[in-house]
Design a protein around this ligand. Structure first.
Ligand code: GLA
Length: 380
Protein backbone atom coordinates (compact mmCIF):
# COMPACT_ATOMS: atom_id res chain seq x y z
CA UNK A 1 0.00 0.00 0.00
CA UNK A 2 1.13 3.53 -0.73
CA UNK A 3 1.23 5.34 2.63
CA UNK A 4 1.85 8.82 1.23
CA UNK A 5 -1.80 9.93 1.23
CA UNK A 6 -2.09 9.13 4.96
CA UNK A 7 1.17 10.97 5.73
CA UNK A 8 0.22 14.02 3.65
CA UNK A 9 -3.12 14.20 5.36
CA UNK A 10 -1.43 14.09 8.77
CA UNK A 11 0.94 16.92 7.83
CA UNK A 12 -1.96 18.99 6.52
CA UNK A 13 -4.00 18.56 9.71
CA UNK A 14 -1.49 18.28 12.52
CA UNK A 15 1.98 19.24 11.28
CA UNK A 16 5.24 17.56 10.33
CA UNK A 17 6.26 15.28 13.12
CA UNK A 18 4.69 11.82 13.35
CA UNK A 19 5.40 8.11 13.61
CA UNK A 20 3.88 5.60 11.20
CA UNK A 21 2.64 2.11 12.15
CA UNK A 22 0.89 -0.68 10.26
CA UNK A 23 -0.87 -3.96 11.06
CA UNK A 24 -2.24 -6.46 8.56
CA UNK A 25 -5.50 -8.32 7.99
CA UNK A 26 -5.40 -12.11 7.89
CA UNK A 27 -6.46 -15.21 6.04
CA UNK A 28 -7.19 -18.50 7.76
CA UNK A 29 -6.40 -21.69 5.84
CA UNK A 30 -8.50 -23.88 8.13
CA UNK A 31 -9.87 -23.93 11.70
CA UNK A 32 -12.96 -21.74 11.78
CA UNK A 33 -14.87 -21.01 15.01
CA UNK A 34 -12.41 -23.20 16.87
CA UNK A 35 -10.46 -20.40 18.57
CA UNK A 36 -13.01 -19.51 21.25
CA UNK A 37 -13.43 -23.24 21.91
CA UNK A 38 -9.77 -23.55 22.91
CA UNK A 39 -8.91 -25.31 19.64
CA UNK A 40 -6.46 -24.90 16.77
CA UNK A 41 -6.30 -22.43 13.88
CA UNK A 42 -4.00 -21.96 10.88
CA UNK A 43 -3.99 -18.27 9.90
CA UNK A 44 -1.44 -16.03 8.25
CA UNK A 45 -1.15 -12.25 7.99
CA UNK A 46 -1.66 -10.73 4.54
CA UNK A 47 -0.02 -7.89 2.67
CA UNK A 48 -3.03 -5.63 3.16
CA UNK A 49 -2.89 -3.33 6.18
CA UNK A 50 -4.27 -0.56 8.32
CA UNK A 51 -1.72 2.21 8.62
CA UNK A 52 -1.74 5.08 11.15
CA UNK A 53 0.29 8.28 11.34
CA UNK A 54 0.25 9.30 14.96
CA UNK A 55 1.78 11.73 17.48
CA UNK A 56 1.10 12.31 21.19
CA UNK A 57 -0.45 15.79 21.57
CA UNK A 58 0.30 16.49 25.24
CA UNK A 59 -3.40 16.48 26.27
CA UNK A 60 -5.88 13.78 27.25
CA UNK A 61 -7.87 14.20 24.05
CA UNK A 62 -7.70 11.90 21.04
CA UNK A 63 -8.13 13.60 17.68
CA UNK A 64 -8.40 11.23 14.77
CA UNK A 65 -9.23 11.38 11.09
CA UNK A 66 -10.35 8.30 9.16
CA UNK A 67 -8.92 8.77 5.69
CA UNK A 68 -11.21 6.15 4.14
CA UNK A 69 -14.43 7.36 5.78
CA UNK A 70 -13.45 11.04 5.44
CA UNK A 71 -14.65 11.58 9.00
CA UNK A 72 -13.09 13.08 12.09
CA UNK A 73 -13.66 12.25 15.72
CA UNK A 74 -12.46 13.91 18.89
CA UNK A 75 -12.92 12.35 22.30
CA UNK A 76 -11.39 12.37 25.78
CA UNK A 77 -9.54 9.23 26.91
CA UNK A 78 -12.45 8.14 29.09
CA UNK A 79 -15.27 9.26 26.78
CA UNK A 80 -17.00 6.99 24.27
CA UNK A 81 -16.80 8.32 20.71
CA UNK A 82 -19.75 8.57 18.34
CA UNK A 83 -18.42 7.04 15.12
CA UNK A 84 -18.46 3.26 15.13
CA UNK A 85 -14.93 3.03 13.68
CA UNK A 86 -13.60 5.11 16.59
CA UNK A 87 -14.92 2.56 19.10
CA UNK A 88 -12.03 0.25 18.18
CA UNK A 89 -9.53 2.96 19.08
CA UNK A 90 -11.41 3.90 22.22
CA UNK A 91 -11.58 0.19 23.10
CA UNK A 92 -7.82 -0.24 22.87
CA UNK A 93 -7.13 2.89 24.94
CA UNK A 94 -9.70 1.81 27.50
CA UNK A 95 -8.18 -1.67 27.88
CA UNK A 96 -4.69 -0.18 28.27
CA UNK A 97 -5.94 2.16 31.00
CA UNK A 98 -7.73 -0.72 32.72
CA UNK A 99 -4.45 -2.64 32.69
CA UNK A 100 -2.86 0.29 34.55
CA UNK A 101 -0.83 1.55 31.57
CA UNK A 102 -0.17 5.25 31.21
CA UNK A 103 -1.36 6.57 27.86
CA UNK A 104 -2.40 10.07 26.86
CA UNK A 105 -4.04 11.88 23.98
CA UNK A 106 -2.76 11.84 20.42
CA UNK A 107 -3.42 13.17 16.94
CA UNK A 108 -3.84 10.60 14.23
CA UNK A 109 -4.75 9.90 10.61
CA UNK A 110 -5.37 6.30 9.60
CA UNK A 111 -6.53 4.35 6.56
CA UNK A 112 -5.92 1.09 4.79
CA UNK A 113 -6.39 -1.26 1.88
CA UNK A 114 -8.11 -4.19 3.59
CA UNK A 115 -11.60 -4.48 2.09
CA UNK A 116 -14.06 -3.84 4.96
CA UNK A 117 -16.60 -6.54 5.82
CA UNK A 118 -14.88 -9.16 3.67
CA UNK A 119 -13.84 -11.44 6.50
CA UNK A 120 -10.18 -10.34 6.33
CA UNK A 121 -10.35 -8.83 9.78
CA UNK A 122 -10.05 -5.11 9.32
CA UNK A 123 -11.15 -4.76 12.93
CA UNK A 124 -8.23 -6.77 14.35
CA UNK A 125 -5.85 -4.85 12.09
CA UNK A 126 -7.21 -1.58 13.44
CA UNK A 127 -6.91 -2.71 17.06
CA UNK A 128 -3.42 -4.11 16.53
CA UNK A 129 -2.22 -0.94 14.84
CA UNK A 130 -3.25 1.19 17.80
CA UNK A 131 -2.09 -1.12 20.56
CA UNK A 132 1.27 -1.56 18.80
CA UNK A 133 1.64 2.20 18.26
CA UNK A 134 0.70 3.16 21.81
CA UNK A 135 2.97 0.47 23.24
CA UNK A 136 5.86 1.95 21.27
CA UNK A 137 5.07 5.64 21.81
CA UNK A 138 4.48 5.33 25.55
CA UNK A 139 7.06 2.56 26.12
CA UNK A 140 4.47 0.32 27.77
CA UNK A 141 6.64 -2.79 27.59
CA UNK A 142 3.88 -5.11 26.34
CA UNK A 143 4.77 -8.52 24.89
CA UNK A 144 3.21 -9.40 21.53
CA UNK A 145 0.70 -11.81 23.06
CA UNK A 146 -0.39 -9.16 25.54
CA UNK A 147 -1.00 -6.81 22.62
CA UNK A 148 -3.16 -9.41 20.88
CA UNK A 149 -5.15 -9.87 24.09
CA UNK A 150 -5.68 -6.12 24.49
CA UNK A 151 -7.11 -6.00 20.95
CA UNK A 152 -9.39 -8.95 21.68
CA UNK A 153 -10.60 -7.36 24.94
CA UNK A 154 -11.37 -4.12 23.07
CA UNK A 155 -13.51 -6.10 20.65
CA UNK A 156 -15.36 -7.83 23.51
CA UNK A 157 -15.93 -4.86 25.77
CA UNK A 158 -16.26 -1.89 23.42
CA UNK A 159 -17.44 -3.41 20.12
CA UNK A 160 -19.56 -6.19 21.62
CA UNK A 161 -18.25 -9.18 19.63
CA UNK A 162 -17.04 -12.02 21.85
CA UNK A 163 -14.37 -13.03 19.36
CA UNK A 164 -11.55 -15.52 19.87
CA UNK A 165 -7.87 -14.62 19.72
CA UNK A 166 -7.09 -15.73 16.15
CA UNK A 167 -7.40 -12.45 14.26
CA UNK A 168 -5.49 -10.24 16.67
CA UNK A 169 -2.86 -12.97 17.06
CA UNK A 170 -2.35 -13.28 13.30
CA UNK A 171 -2.24 -9.53 12.85
CA UNK A 172 0.40 -8.97 15.52
CA UNK A 173 2.52 -12.12 14.97
CA UNK A 174 2.32 -12.52 11.17
CA UNK A 175 5.47 -13.71 9.37
CA UNK A 176 6.10 -13.35 5.68
CA UNK A 177 5.88 -16.71 3.89
CA UNK A 178 4.55 -18.52 6.99
CA UNK A 179 1.22 -19.64 8.36
CA UNK A 180 0.87 -19.90 12.13
CA UNK A 181 -0.53 -22.99 13.79
CA UNK A 182 -1.87 -21.66 17.06
CA UNK A 183 -3.15 -23.67 19.99
CA UNK A 184 -5.78 -21.23 21.26
CA UNK A 185 -5.77 -22.71 24.73
CA UNK A 186 -2.07 -22.82 25.60
CA UNK A 187 -1.33 -20.00 23.12
CA UNK A 188 1.70 -21.93 21.89
CA UNK A 189 2.29 -21.61 18.21
CA UNK A 190 4.41 -22.99 15.44
CA UNK A 191 5.17 -21.06 12.27
CA UNK A 192 5.02 -23.28 9.23
CA UNK A 193 6.69 -22.25 5.96
CA UNK A 194 3.99 -21.77 3.36
CA UNK A 195 5.35 -21.96 -0.16
CA UNK A 196 2.84 -24.15 -1.91
CA UNK A 197 4.95 -24.50 -5.08
CA UNK A 198 2.75 -24.79 -8.13
CA UNK A 199 -0.35 -24.08 -6.02
CA UNK A 200 -1.83 -20.73 -5.40
CA UNK A 201 -4.19 -19.22 -2.82
CA UNK A 202 -6.86 -16.87 -4.06
CA UNK A 203 -9.77 -15.16 -2.32
CA UNK A 204 -13.11 -14.57 -3.96
CA UNK A 205 -15.07 -11.81 -2.28
CA UNK A 206 -18.82 -12.47 -2.46
CA UNK A 207 -19.37 -8.74 -1.85
CA UNK A 208 -21.93 -9.75 0.75
CA UNK A 209 -21.18 -7.65 3.81
CA UNK A 210 -21.59 -9.78 6.87
CA UNK A 211 -24.04 -7.65 8.87
CA UNK A 212 -25.43 -10.59 10.75
CA UNK A 213 -22.01 -11.63 11.82
CA UNK A 214 -21.82 -9.88 15.20
CA UNK A 215 -25.12 -11.07 16.65
CA UNK A 216 -25.04 -14.57 15.15
CA UNK A 217 -21.40 -14.90 16.18
CA UNK A 218 -22.24 -14.34 19.83
CA UNK A 219 -25.15 -16.79 19.55
CA UNK A 220 -22.84 -19.51 18.18
CA UNK A 221 -20.45 -18.92 21.03
CA UNK A 222 -23.28 -19.32 23.57
CA UNK A 223 -24.43 -22.52 21.88
CA UNK A 224 -20.95 -23.98 22.31
CA UNK A 225 -20.96 -22.96 25.97
CA UNK A 226 -24.36 -24.54 26.40
CA UNK A 227 -22.98 -27.80 24.99
CA UNK A 228 -20.00 -27.69 27.34
CA UNK A 229 -22.24 -27.02 30.39
CA UNK A 230 -24.28 -30.17 29.68
CA UNK A 231 -21.22 -32.34 28.99
CA UNK A 232 -19.53 -31.07 32.16
CA UNK A 233 -22.28 -32.60 34.29
CA UNK A 234 -20.98 -36.04 33.37
CA UNK A 235 -17.36 -35.08 32.58
CA UNK A 236 -16.37 -32.37 35.08
CA UNK A 237 -12.87 -32.05 33.59
CA UNK A 238 -14.24 -30.74 30.30
CA UNK A 239 -13.71 -26.98 30.13
CA UNK A 240 -14.03 -26.30 26.43
CA UNK A 241 -15.15 -28.21 23.32
CA UNK A 242 -11.45 -28.80 22.73
CA UNK A 243 -11.65 -31.43 25.47
CA UNK A 244 -14.51 -33.36 23.85
CA UNK A 245 -14.21 -36.21 21.32
CA UNK A 246 -16.92 -37.02 18.75
CA UNK A 247 -17.69 -40.21 20.70
CA UNK A 248 -18.15 -38.33 23.97
CA UNK A 249 -20.45 -35.82 22.31
CA UNK A 250 -22.43 -38.72 20.82
CA UNK A 251 -23.50 -39.67 24.35
CA UNK A 252 -25.36 -36.37 24.62
CA UNK A 253 -27.28 -36.53 21.40
CA UNK A 254 -30.63 -36.81 23.16
CA UNK A 255 -29.81 -34.39 25.97
CA UNK A 256 -28.78 -31.49 23.73
CA UNK A 257 -30.96 -29.44 21.44
CA UNK A 258 -30.55 -30.74 17.91
CA UNK A 259 -28.95 -27.48 16.72
CA UNK A 260 -26.59 -27.31 19.72
CA UNK A 261 -25.49 -30.88 19.04
CA UNK A 262 -24.72 -30.02 15.41
CA UNK A 263 -22.77 -26.88 16.37
CA UNK A 264 -20.66 -28.82 18.87
CA UNK A 265 -20.01 -31.68 16.44
CA UNK A 266 -18.84 -29.20 13.83
CA UNK A 267 -16.33 -27.59 16.22
CA UNK A 268 -14.96 -30.92 17.46
CA UNK A 269 -14.46 -32.22 13.92
CA UNK A 270 -13.03 -28.95 12.62
CA UNK A 271 -10.46 -29.06 15.36
CA UNK A 272 -9.36 -32.53 14.26
CA UNK A 273 -9.24 -31.29 10.66
CA UNK A 274 -6.75 -28.56 11.57
CA UNK A 275 -4.36 -31.16 12.99
CA UNK A 276 -4.72 -33.31 9.87
CA UNK A 277 -4.25 -30.27 7.68
CA UNK A 278 -1.09 -29.32 9.52
CA UNK A 279 0.37 -32.78 8.81
CA UNK A 280 -0.71 -32.57 5.17
CA UNK A 281 0.97 -29.19 4.86
CA UNK A 282 4.20 -30.48 6.37
CA UNK A 283 4.11 -33.42 3.94
CA UNK A 284 3.38 -31.12 0.99
CA UNK A 285 0.14 -33.03 0.35
CA UNK A 286 -2.05 -30.25 -1.05
CA UNK A 287 -4.61 -32.69 -2.39
CA UNK A 288 -5.32 -33.82 1.16
CA UNK A 289 -5.17 -30.27 2.46
CA UNK A 290 -7.74 -29.20 -0.10
CA UNK A 291 -10.10 -32.05 0.73
CA UNK A 292 -10.03 -30.90 4.37
CA UNK A 293 -10.92 -27.37 3.28
CA UNK A 294 -13.99 -28.64 1.43
CA UNK A 295 -15.00 -30.67 4.48
CA UNK A 296 -14.57 -27.56 6.63
CA UNK A 297 -16.91 -25.63 4.36
CA UNK A 298 -19.48 -28.40 4.43
CA UNK A 299 -19.50 -28.25 8.23
CA UNK A 300 -19.66 -24.45 8.36
CA UNK A 301 -22.56 -24.44 5.94
CA UNK A 302 -24.65 -27.39 7.13
CA UNK A 303 -23.75 -27.89 10.80
CA UNK A 304 -22.63 -24.50 12.04
CA UNK A 305 -24.96 -22.57 9.69
CA UNK A 306 -22.74 -19.55 9.20
CA UNK A 307 -22.39 -19.63 5.41
CA UNK A 308 -24.69 -17.99 2.87
CA UNK A 309 -25.99 -18.79 -0.60
CA UNK A 310 -23.27 -16.76 -2.32
CA UNK A 311 -20.37 -18.43 -0.47
CA UNK A 312 -21.87 -21.89 -1.01
CA UNK A 313 -22.20 -21.10 -4.71
CA UNK A 314 -18.56 -20.05 -5.08
CA UNK A 315 -17.35 -23.14 -3.23
CA UNK A 316 -19.46 -25.30 -5.59
CA UNK A 317 -17.97 -23.58 -8.63
CA UNK A 318 -14.50 -24.23 -7.20
CA UNK A 319 -15.29 -27.91 -6.77
CA UNK A 320 -16.62 -28.21 -10.31
CA UNK A 321 -13.51 -26.53 -11.70
CA UNK A 322 -11.15 -28.98 -9.98
CA UNK A 323 -9.84 -26.51 -7.39
CA UNK A 324 -7.98 -28.47 -4.66
CA UNK A 325 -9.89 -26.92 -1.78
CA UNK A 326 -12.27 -24.05 -1.05
CA UNK A 327 -14.21 -22.79 1.93
CA UNK A 328 -15.85 -19.72 3.37
CA UNK A 329 -13.44 -17.88 5.63
CA UNK A 330 -13.79 -16.00 8.92
CA UNK A 331 -16.92 -15.44 11.00
CA UNK A 332 -19.26 -16.11 8.06
CA UNK A 333 -22.47 -14.70 6.52
CA UNK A 334 -20.63 -13.40 3.47
CA UNK A 335 -17.12 -12.12 2.99
CA UNK A 336 -14.55 -14.19 1.08
CA UNK A 337 -14.05 -17.78 0.12
CA UNK A 338 -10.46 -19.02 0.26
CA UNK A 339 -9.35 -21.29 -2.59
CA UNK A 340 -6.28 -23.47 -2.99
CA UNK A 341 -5.64 -24.41 -6.60
CA UNK A 342 -3.06 -25.55 -9.08
CA UNK A 343 -1.62 -22.54 -10.88
CA UNK A 344 -2.50 -24.06 -14.27
CA UNK A 345 -6.19 -23.80 -13.38
CA UNK A 346 -6.11 -20.16 -12.33
CA UNK A 347 -7.37 -18.34 -15.44
CA UNK A 348 -10.07 -20.83 -16.22
CA UNK A 349 -11.34 -20.90 -12.63
CA UNK A 350 -11.42 -17.14 -12.20
CA UNK A 351 -13.25 -16.67 -15.50
CA UNK A 352 -15.79 -19.34 -14.64
CA UNK A 353 -16.32 -17.98 -11.12
CA UNK A 354 -16.87 -14.43 -12.39
CA UNK A 355 -19.22 -15.34 -15.22
CA UNK A 356 -21.37 -17.83 -13.32
CA UNK A 357 -21.57 -15.59 -10.21
CA UNK A 358 -22.59 -12.65 -12.37
CA UNK A 359 -25.26 -14.70 -14.06
CA UNK A 360 -26.74 -15.84 -10.77
CA UNK A 361 -26.29 -12.81 -8.50
CA UNK A 362 -25.98 -9.97 -11.02
CA UNK A 363 -22.67 -8.79 -9.61
CA UNK A 364 -19.07 -9.92 -9.93
CA UNK A 365 -17.03 -11.31 -7.05
CA UNK A 366 -13.79 -9.46 -6.35
CA UNK A 367 -10.56 -11.41 -6.68
CA UNK A 368 -7.62 -11.03 -4.28
CA UNK A 369 -4.36 -12.95 -4.70
CA UNK A 370 -2.99 -13.73 -1.29
CA UNK A 371 0.55 -12.89 -0.27
CA UNK A 372 1.47 -13.88 3.28
CA UNK A 373 3.08 -10.85 4.90
CA UNK A 374 4.47 -9.62 8.21
CA UNK A 375 2.63 -8.63 11.39
CA UNK A 376 2.40 -5.31 13.28
CA UNK A 377 5.31 -2.97 12.65
CA UNK A 378 6.67 0.54 12.87
CA UNK A 379 7.33 1.98 9.43
CA UNK A 380 8.80 5.32 10.41
C1 GLA B 1 -13.94 -13.99 13.53
C2 GLA B 1 -13.37 -13.89 14.95
C3 GLA B 1 -12.30 -14.94 15.20
C4 GLA B 1 -12.78 -16.33 14.81
C5 GLA B 1 -13.42 -16.31 13.42
C6 GLA B 1 -14.05 -17.62 13.07
O1 GLA B 1 -12.98 -13.67 12.59
O2 GLA B 1 -12.83 -12.62 15.17
O3 GLA B 1 -11.90 -14.91 16.55
O4 GLA B 1 -13.64 -16.86 15.76
O5 GLA B 1 -14.40 -15.32 13.29
O6 GLA B 1 -13.09 -18.62 12.99
Amino acid sequence: MDYSAICNQFVKRYGEDYSLYASPGRVNLIGEHTDYNGGFVLPGAIDKVIVAAIRPNGTDTIRVYSYDMKETEEFALDEKPIQSWAMYIYGVVNELLKAGKEVHGFDCVFGGDIPIGSGLSTSAALESTFVFALNDLYQLGLEKMEMAKIGQAAEHNSVGVRCGIMDQFASVFGEEGHVLRLDCRSLEYESLPFHPGHCRVVLLDTQVKHNLAASEYNIRRSECEEGVATIQKKYPKVQLLRDVTPEMLGEFKKKLKESTFRRCMYVIRENLRVLEAQDALKAGDYQKFGALMFASHEGLSKEYNVSCEESDFLVDVARQCGVLGARMMGGGFGGCTINLLDESLYDEFIQKAISSYKEKFRKAPKIYDVKIGNGSRKIK
